[in-house]
Design a protein around this ligand. Sequence first.
Ligand SMILES: *Cc1c(COP(=O)(O)O)cnc(C)c1O
Length: 357
Amino acid sequence: MGKVHVFNAGPCILPQVAIDNAIAALKDFKGTGVPVICMSHRSKEWQAVMDECISLWREILNIPDTHEILFLGGGASLQFLYVAMNFLEHKAAYLETGVWAKKALKEAKGIGEAYAIASSADKNYSYIPKGFEIHEDIDYLHITTNNTIYGTEIKKDPDVNVRLIADMSSDIMTRPIDFSKYDLVYGGAQKNVGPAGVAFAIVRKEALGKTSRYIPTMLDYRTHVEKGSMFNTPPVFSIFVMNETLKWVKSIGGIKKIQERNAAKAELLYNEIDRNSLFVGTAAKEDRSIMNVCFVMAPGKEDLQDEFMAFSKEHGIMGIKGHRSVGGFRASIYNACELEDVQALVDCMKEFESLKK
Ligand SMILES: *Cc1c(COP(=O)(O)O)cnc(C)c1O
């Protein structure tokens, strides 16, 4: 078989150099003769990896000193609970833009009063609600900047008059972020910055400790701030690979370069979806995600779906089956995906169209 082009929604593909360096470190971590996964997390060699990783996050995303960068277990799904535990006192508002946003809201409802301030459920989450009113009496507004399943994205940091918290699982490291607007940005690493097993939380220190409830030790952000994410054993291997991934981001030119690459990939694919008579996009054009591109067969062509799936597979295209709640196809074109991978998919769509004419 020729080259395989992987479009999995998560865990995502990672830069080859990060994978190669991970393999080498599994054999011998920094010349210690010890595999990285057998190294003490209290060793100075490991501390150097933690320090490098945090400084790369700061440097690449220009994260100010007001915010602490934490690496935690439990994925983004456990962060849903952290958010409510650490920030919900009276009432919290959630922008309901998809399944993940709903799950975040559900966790908050288990802790206190929380509600959906606006929702796009009426059109199967194919757009981002706009123009809703935000009352100042809420503790925070929670948004999901990229809706991995539906392929919609909030591409600009919103201006709001309340604390802002964002799940950025699937579009972190794709654009500059104005952290002064957020009290917390979190996500699972496995969509764009590393393998599964570690979540990131970038939290404004001054915003912590404002709720009156008892917070279990492990769910209290302050525990992890105080201990530099090493209150307990951190997911060392996941963090190691994340660090290698960030080194790659820096080496190719940082966030500006990443942004250019991603814009070119998304444009190439959306242009083909709009041009090709066999396919249509599912997300509202102005809200289209640059990371997860969702499309279905055009009306009247639905019976070609399985055939295209098989045809694309023969051409080395992997992981484009759409999520069951949208159907059709979803190509996740995360940072490590190359323009040539997207070109291979586009060529495949073109060829399939010409076969069906
Ligand atoms: C994948 C995803 C999650 C869940 O992440 P886990 O680390 O698997 O818990 C949450 N939010 C968004 C936007 C996601 O894409």
